[in-house]
Design a binder for this molecule. Structure first.
Ligand code: GLV
Ligand code: GLV
Length: 325
């Protein structure tokens, strides 16, 4: 019988095209919103493979009620929504989509850095509110970025793409904190590996590009905001749970830090009455880091290829837990 693949969301058409061309039966959720947890569990029962994304909770209970799945592949580079340890225990390979969105996400990080430094979203909102009175010689002044220090938390490929933009556009000093050193960044950009305390206390801009793990969960909290420069910007395009939102709001209100540019929040979606949305030095986007035509097509291709190659050749080219194969 033909293998049946469940797509948990409406993904780019390329995913279905590649899978059907390779002989798979594709069952796709057809609503814009995510499937509820119970719906996904139920829908997966008669499927062989699952193509899911970060809005799906693939936890221990889900995996155990769907342990018949041959493979799960994630439409994202981050996979903190998946219990990898449990999947590995159940010998289910977990695919993902690394590198597809390196440039796209770095563009959003870089854009948010400039937008926040110049209060762009707030100033745009003033026009919409009918509050564009006159050219104001002294109002709403922002920061310049030339020659400042950017601290990258998690210098992988996305962090590297951000660092290159900062170096090229503003000749910024690059410092980074990472589990391992990045010789390419050190050689090409003069990047310097520093400890976390040095990163937070000496950066003018901190850009977050690490994975959400137990170690990074809530790592930007009151203690850290207190140690940051009062002129510093926090840019987070990784995962919302890496910053503690209440502490961030307080740090901004008390001017312990200068501003924040966020493409990710916790929870998502952010509620429209969130205080961050009315702050002058804050720019928020609805998790669009990978939202380019190129990146999303590539993410679709990677997921479809993971499933196709798994059944054809027993290989998963983009895999999180290779030890199960
Ligand atoms: C998006 O957030 C991703 O992890 O790909
Ligand atoms: C911290 O996020 C690290 O990658 O070490």
């Amino acid at each position: 019988a033909r293998k049946k693949v469940l797509l948990s969301r409406i993904f780019p058409k390329l995913a279905t095209q590649l899978l059907e061309k390779a002989g798979f039966e594709v069952k796709s959720w057809d609503k814009e919103h995510p499937m509820a947890y119970e719906e996904l569990t139920k829908a997966a029962q008669d499927c062989d493979a699952l193509f899911c994304t970060l809005t799906d909770k693939i936890d221990k209970a889900f995996l155990n009620s769907c342990s018949h799945l041959d493979i799960i592949t994630q439409f994202a580079v981050g996979y903190d929504n998946i219990d990898i340890e449990e999947a590995t225990k159940l010998e289910i390979p977990i695919g993902y989509a690394p590198n597809a969105m390196n440039e796209a996400t770095a563009d959003i990080a870089f854009g948010l850095m400039i937008a926040t430094a110049r209060k762009m979203f707030f100033m745009n909102q003033k026009i919409k509110n009918g509050e564009w009175g006159y050219f104001d010689p002294v109002g709403h002044l922002g920061l310049e970025l030339k020659g400042k220090t950017v601290g990258i938390l998690g210098l992988g490929r996305i962090g590297m793409a951000m660092a290159k933009r900062c170096k090229g556009a503003y000749d910024m000093e690059i410092i980074y904190h990472n589990r391992s050193s990045n010789p390419t960044a050190e050689k090409e950009l003069g990047a310097k590996l520093v400890d976390f305390d040095t990163l937070i206390s000496t950066s003018d801009v901190i850009s977050v590009h690490c994975a959400l793990t137990p170690e990074t969960h809530g790592i930007f909290n009151k203690t850290v905001f207190d140690k940051m420069k009062s002129t510093a910007l926090l840019i987070n395009t990784a995962r919302g749970a890496i910053h503690n939102e209440e502490d961030l709001i307080n740090a901004l209100k008390s001017k312990n830090i200068w501003g924040a540019g966020l493409d990710v929040t916790n929870p998502e979606p952010m509620k429209p009455n969130n205080p961050l949305l009315s702050m002058e030095n804050v720019c928020v986007l609805p998790h669009i880091g990978s939202a380019t035509i190129n990146a999303r097509e590539e993410m679709a291709r990677m997921g479809a290829t993971n499933i196709i190659d798994f059944y054809k050749e027993g290989k998963v080219p983009y895999i999180v837990n290779p030890e199960v194969l």
